[in-house]
Design a protein around this ligand. Structure first.
Ligand code: TRP
Ligand code: ZN
Length: 881
């Protein structure tokens, strides 16, 4: 485990290295317990670098087994080696010299899943962000770009497949049943993009011809027997490659593209040059084992990693503070891809929901940080919703302000000017300033200031003069270590919806720059006057969720309902309805806390019900709109003094009201949405299933018995329907015979398929109420559970702590104790995963006093532990504040 020195890294301390490493030749003699790594480095002095400086290479838990400098074995006085660094105090004076460094590794014993490790007997690597230094001593920083040649030697029987980055240049047998392969990657790359895979895997092969006519060999390597489950990923890959050519003019650049699926992986997937390594959860899918959500995730992540080839690999980050340069931009690109492959409004609504669910709480709690942080103790802890999702929203805003053509011109210029470089957010913004002639300096605050801005809005209409006056006021709440905020540049898309539902066009607009349907909010306060209107408009704000902000609007329920029915922008329509539902749920929460019963306005309930059979809307959209805000959404909107039990009761009450009113209509639509043809994982099929599954939940609630769900569970012909039915049974009728039978049947059928059993863990981990905790504890003893596998851990414990408010936030604090205990146990073998799990308590301050005290105790009990990893200590200390 990496020890915590308390060191803080700061953006302003960036200094280019005094040395460069233009070439790297690596030899791996693979063995599970004693792998020999020989790194032959060509080192150069950087022109302008300080010639008196020692050369200090990064290490992490390494032992040096040999060192030569310019081919001569180094003497004791020539270097100093510790697990964390190899220092050469007086490197050769020449401009260019070589180092040959030998290290020994034990991949089988590597439980951190960083560096070189084994997963199900397959050797693989994970180097981002700082894993390469667990393999050999190196200048392990993204601005050191090298051309790699990699020789792999391994046992031929257990590792017939030998892969690394780039193209294979050589392969053949060796003595003693071993063999070798040599890979060469002509593109200079940072060490975090290095990868190696060696093992015995099945393969799905295909090819892709690029726009300029080059043929690329594609291969996806998966566990033997699972090849058919990689077909969808392959299809998604080819669609991604085509889309990047058409939309961004970006072609693939090597002769081969390999993807490997592994079962033990800390995150989703990794974009290593020419050799993407994936968590197998994001590769393997068929109708029998995967839900529509799984298919959509696979499509998005395959695309995301592929798109990194240009945004991340060809152009990389100067330092880790610039992480959003590649992640935010690449998320934006994968969002756009999915929007083009599926339904744009439905995709956008899903993005907004995810942003609010994951990024808003981060921005509003103790872990808040800017999209481009200025300081960190452990970079692993900055692979966050803020860097990824908010980072993507910032790129989207640039697109919104500049429009399609200028945005594309900026991207073209970015690729042209910075190909082969390690750059910064300033470089990125500069290309858009250059092509648009705009000043983006105020806009750049989106990268620099943490927190979710708020815009308060009121609209007044004056009949006599035909003017509508819109008052806008922005504010940005303080966040940790940033108490004073500067005013932001907020692109607020809007519409003036006329009485007939058509957008009205004012004759004149004053008070702010308004272009292409976007109000540029740049001052604290704007009074925007729209004149020449023939009727009173209903103002629709932040259309398409143009800016990642909260809106405080003084607006009547009637106007909200009007927008929910008539706004031309489907995202805003959803926002209007969702806002009403949130308000109603919060009011119900307060009544319940005051000992009164929850009640709901019948016109609101009817508005929800009426969506079910509105044929003007696609089924996927209807499914989203019929889904009530989640308990965590309601809690976030309430803001403080949260009692999760009352939130739960409020939501149950509303779902009962909707179910009762809609029962007959829901039954009809449920029947009409049944699949007739063969299963297709496309947007249309997924949309119908999604609508059916939302309705199933309401139908079971309306009937007050499990029968409809039990019936669907019995007859389901795909995992989407089966898992949804099981969820209704377990969540709504936990004590029923039907729920127990469904869980048993599911376990019998999928007991030896880890990815499917994760769904079985998840559904039980999210069972509402205090009984979930003993059940989760009991399941940690299940033969399929393995705490050292991140997917299993996240499915059971992670899901329980983040997606089961009434279970996790049990009033007696037992949920927090389980989290603390698990986090400490996991930290002993996997620091990165432990730290991420610990973020489940990031919103502890918004709980009611009793729970808040217990959550704090749990955090303190973790902090009190002496031997914490740097990752976990950083999270726990920042969370406590
Ligand atoms: N760069 C990866 C992505 O596409 C993220 C990632 C994968 C990662 N594995 C990791 C980051 C391990 C840190 C550590 O988003
Ligand atoms: Zn990424």
């Amino acid at each position: 485990m990496r020890t915590d020195t308390g060191q803080v890294f700061r953006l302003e301390d960036y200094k280019p290295s005094d040395f460069l490493i233009p070439e790297v030749a690596l030899t791996f003699r693979l063995d599970p317990d004693d792998t020999q790594v020989t790194a032959h480095l060509t080192v150069e002095r950087r022109p302008g670098g300080d010639p008196t400086r020692p050369l200090v290479l990064d290490g992490d838990g390494l032992t040096l087994a040999g060192l030569t400098i310019d081919g001569v074995p180094a003497g004791a006085e020539d270097y100093e080696a510790t697990p964390d660094a190899l220092t050469i105090p007086r490197p050769p004076a020449a401009d260019r010299f070589t180092l040959t460094i030998e290290t020994r590794l034990a991949p089988r014993a590597n439980t951190q899943l960083m560096g070189l490790y084994q997963s199900n007997g397959v050797f693989c690597t994970q180097c981002e962000a700082e894993g390469f230094r667990r393999i050999t001593y190196f200048l392990d920083r993204p601005d050191i770009l090298s051309v790699y040649t990699v020789r792999i030697e391994a046992d031929r029987r257990s590792a017939p497949l030998l892969l690394s980055n780039g193209n294979r240049t050589e392969a053949g047998p060796l003595e003693d049943g071993r063999h070798h392969a040599v890979w060469h990657d002509p593109f200079p790359k940072p060490s975090y993009l290095f990868a190696l895979v060696a093992g015995d895997l099945g393969v799905v092969e295909d090819s892709f011809t690029t726009a300029s006519g080059r043929k690329v060999a594609l291969a996806i390597h998966v566990e033997h027997g699972k090849e058919p489950r990689a077909a969808y990923a392959m299809d998604a890959l080819k669609r991604s490659m085509r889309w990047d050519e058409e939309r961004f003019g970006r072609e693939y650049d090597l002769d081969v593209f390999n993807i490997v699926a592994v079962s033990d992986f800390n995150m989703g997937a990794m974009e290593n040059k020419g050799l993407n390594v994936f968590n197998d959860k994001y590769v393997l899918a068929d109708e029998e084992t995967a839900t529509d959500a799984d298919f959509a995730n696979i499509e998005a992540i395959i695309a995301h990693e592929y798109f990194h080839n240009w945004t991340g690999n060809r152009i990389t980050c100067r330092d880790w503070f610039q992480l959003c340069l590649k992640e935010g931009l690449t998320v934006y690109r994968d969002h756009e891809f999915s929007a083009d492959q599926r339904s744009r409004p439905v995709k956008r609504i899903a993005e907004v929901r995810a942003l609010k669910a994951h990024q808003f709480p981060e921005d509003q709690g103790p872990l808040a940080h800017p999209v481009r942080p200025r300081r960190y103790r452990e970079i692993n802890n900055f692979y966050t919703a803020t860097v990824y999702e908010k980072g993507s929203e910032v790129v989207r805003m640039i697109h919104t302000m500049l429009g399609d053509e200028t945005f594309r011109a900026g991207m073209d210029r970015y690729f042209e000017r910075h190909d082969g470089q390690a750059v910064t957010i300033e470089d990125f913004l500069r290309v858009f300033e250059a092509v648009s002639g705009r000043d983006l300096s105020q806009f750049a605050l989106w990268y620099h200031q943490a927190g979710t801005p708020n815009v308060a809005a009121t609209a007044r209409y004056d009949q006599a003069s035909g003017t509508c006056v819109l008052e806008l006021e922005q504010s940005l709440p303080p966040t940790p270590s940033e108490s004073r905020k500067r005013l932001m540049h907020i692109p607020l898309a809007y519409g003036l919806v006329g009485p007939d539902g058509e957008d009205m066009v004012p004759a004149r607009i004053e008070g702010a720059t308004v272009e292409n349907g976007v109000i540029h909010v740049r001052r604290r306060h704007h009074t925007v006057t729209f004149s020449g209107l023939t009727a009173r408009p209903t103002v629709s704000l932040n259309r398409g969720f143009s800016a990642p902000i909260t809106l405080s609007q003084e607006v009547s329920t009637a106007d909200q309902l009007f927008l929910a029915r008539h706004d031309a922008d489907l995202v805003s329509r959803w926002q209007a309805l969702n806002g009403l539902l949130s308000e109603a749920l919060i009011a119900a929460f307060r009544r319940l806390r005051g000992g009164k019963a929850a009640t709901f306005a019948s016109e609101l309930v009817e508005a929800v019900v009426a969506l079910a059979d509105d044929d003007t809307l696609e089924p996927a959209y209807r499914a989203l709109a019929l889904t009530l805000p989640a308990e965590t959404d309601i809690a976030r909107e309430i803001g403080d003094n949260i009692d999760p039990d009352a939130v739960h009761s409020a939501r149950v009450a509303l779902s009962e009201a909707v179910a009762a009113r809609g029962q007959a209509r829901f039954a009809a639509v449920y029947a009409a949405m049944a699949d007739d043809g063969p299963f297709r994982p496309d947007a249309a099929g997924a949309g119908r299933r999604a609508l059916r599954n939302v309705l199933l939940d309401y139908l079971a609630v309306a009937e007050g018995r499990p029968d409809p769900a039990a019936a669907q569970f019995e007859t389901a012909s795909n995992m989407t329907e089966r898992a949804a039915a099981m969820t209704v049974l377990v969540h709504r009728f936990a004590d029923s015979q039907a729920a127990a039978e469904a869980l048993d049947a599911f376990e019998r059928r999928y007991g030896d398929d880890p990815l499917v059993i994760d769904k079985w863990f998840q559904v039980q981990a999210t069972m509402p109420g205090p009984a979930a905790l003993p059940r989760v504890r009991h399941l940690t003893g299940h033969p399929a559970y393995a705490q050292n596998n991140p997917n299993r851990l996240r499915a059971l414990i992670g899901t329980f702590c983040t997606a089961n408010p009434t279970g996790f936030h049990r009033a007696d604090g037992a949920g927090y104790a389980l989290l603390a205990e698990t986090v400490l146990a996991v930290d002993r073998h996997n620091a990165q995963v432990a730290a991420r799990l610990a973020t489940a308590l990031r919103s502890w301050r918004s709980l009611e006093p009793g729970r808040r005290g217990k959550a704090r105790e749990a955090l303190l009990s973790v902090a009190a532990e002496k031997a914490l990893s740097r990752d976990l200590r950083d999270i726990v200390e920042r969370t406590l504040g």
